[in-house]
Design a protein around this ligand. Sequence first.
Ligand code: SF4
Length: 655
Amino acid sequence: MRYAETGYNLEIDLSRGNIERVETDPKLTELHLGGLGTNAKILWDRVPPETEPFSPDNLLIFATGLLVGTPAVGCNRTIVSTFSPQTLLMAYSMMGGFWAPELKYAGYDKVIFRGKSPNLVYLWINNDKVEIRDASHLQGKGADETAELIRQELKEPNAQVAAIGLAGENRVYMASIEQGRSSASRLGIGAVMGDKGLKAIAVRGTKDINIARPAEYMELCNDVLKYIQVRSEKPVPGVMPILAGLGSPAEMKLVDEEWHTQNFMWGNARERKKDYWNKEIEEKWKETQENVRTRLISCYNCPMKCGALISVPGISTYMMKCFSKLTYTMAAFSDLDFGFRIAQRATEYGVDAFSTPQVMAFGLELYEAGILTDQDMAGMPSDNEGRFYWLLDRIARREGIGDILANGTYWAAQQIGKGAEAYAHNNIKKHEQLPLKLGMLNPVYFLMYSTGEKINITQIEGQFPQAPFPTMEEREDFVKDWIHVPDEKFKQYLLDWELRGERSNPYYPTVDMSVDIVDWQEKMHYIDDALGMCAGLSSFPLKPPYHIHNYPAFISSATGIDMDEAGLTQVYKRNRTLLRAINVRRGLRRADEKPPEDHWKKRFPELEAQLLDAYYKFKGWDNQGIPTKESLHELGLDYVSEDFEQRGIIKNEQG
Ligand code: SF4
């Protein structure tokens, strides 16, 4: 009997139209848990590093995490893994919503696609019955519209559907996979889905999942619910509102946007408006938001209500959550009403709400600088909002200049030349980042940002505060009930952290402390991504219900695997290192791990080099970020070092 997981994957060969149900190896669950961990193992084993993202040999994996579909609150993530057309590295975007639990209830842990379908198709998983169906009538349809049409066609209103829009069909590098109640947006995974000729996956499942020790497990789940209740009544004082509570930032509840509008950058991450927010704007934005927000909604089995249904008169209802509320507004120097309107069209096209607005603003900045000409922009309206709609349409259709912009700022700048590279100034690993430009380098944030491989907003966040508390009283108050720390030393790190003076950024936390903090934060992210847990209840906010001390009990009682903190740490290290190895094999090196030049005004090259050196050493990697033979051996990854040796990666680069 398999517990927590189903023990079966679906293997779909889209070239041949072949469908197989394959039993998985329980040993791999012990080594990697599931979700991201086992996805990485499959990609390592089956996709050689020479494989192009748009090759039929690239795999596209839709995975559930190990605890998805069990009563663990907030455990509902789908982890989509493939190789990104944007970074050429491994992508593992995630979505919440309802899709992953439904797949588990249908009896599968993952759906693994290979090959390419000659015609547009969709997959219909109805418990044991799985079929590839024609989707030619859905060509060009919006992502949400496609989901609705499929549910009607199947006469199955409860089917969960993950679909791409026109952007995915056209292999736009910012294409997302939409699911009605969430989306997996980063790194162009929707483009890989479109390249495979796969419009959607619909799933309906009605089976049960086995739990090894159900009574014990339910008790743990109830403790989490109680803790959420307590934390919801007690926001963390002294931090900005979106970080004071739990969940993905409560953007759909909040109307006070002073912090985002004055600290995040407008345009193509270029201009900060320090005095933007005032009473008049606050009133206007509040009215806009309350008029269009039909109701707040949650993902499967979660009380947090991070998302909202948005109904703008004249256009169909869609779901929005988090910072995408502001990305289009701020890129276009417009207002919230515009943001809510254009986001609906962008959702139907299926594009990433972080990158796409930056790319459009980048196009306009190139035009204003004379790098793009009237000829390039022929037919573009003269009004600001009209230009954004026009650019969005061109990008999704890959028409004219949109065909170049559809490749994201990094690749578009290379294609355009004429100095366009200077305008693509917000990338790490060839991908647009958070539209932030800050003053003083923060060492923990520097490491999280530069070395993170998820390339997602959460990559800079963790269970350690991002800034010091101004007074000792606040610090002492914070550490009092800080049960999450893996070691008591973290409390002292925080108590000693000052806003100014010797014990302040960039030299405090010290290099070694920064590495410790980053390791803790990364550990939580990697465990979440293997379990399918929402980061909003674990690795993202301060004082969340899940942490390193209660996770082993969750895993043990759900799966029957004997797991303690040391064992879980070893699994995290293995997954982290394997992911690094996959990207090393595809060429990732130290030179790629640098934040945008202008991300901080004050930079410290020597300190930054020391931080990277110490981080790599702590991980057991050499100074290029390549895992060493010894550390690979210690993690049971000798097959990686053998491969590295054959390819000359270890022999040549580690002497
Ligand atoms: S915390 Fe928010 S984003 Fe996370 S599962 Fe709950 S509702 Fe979804």
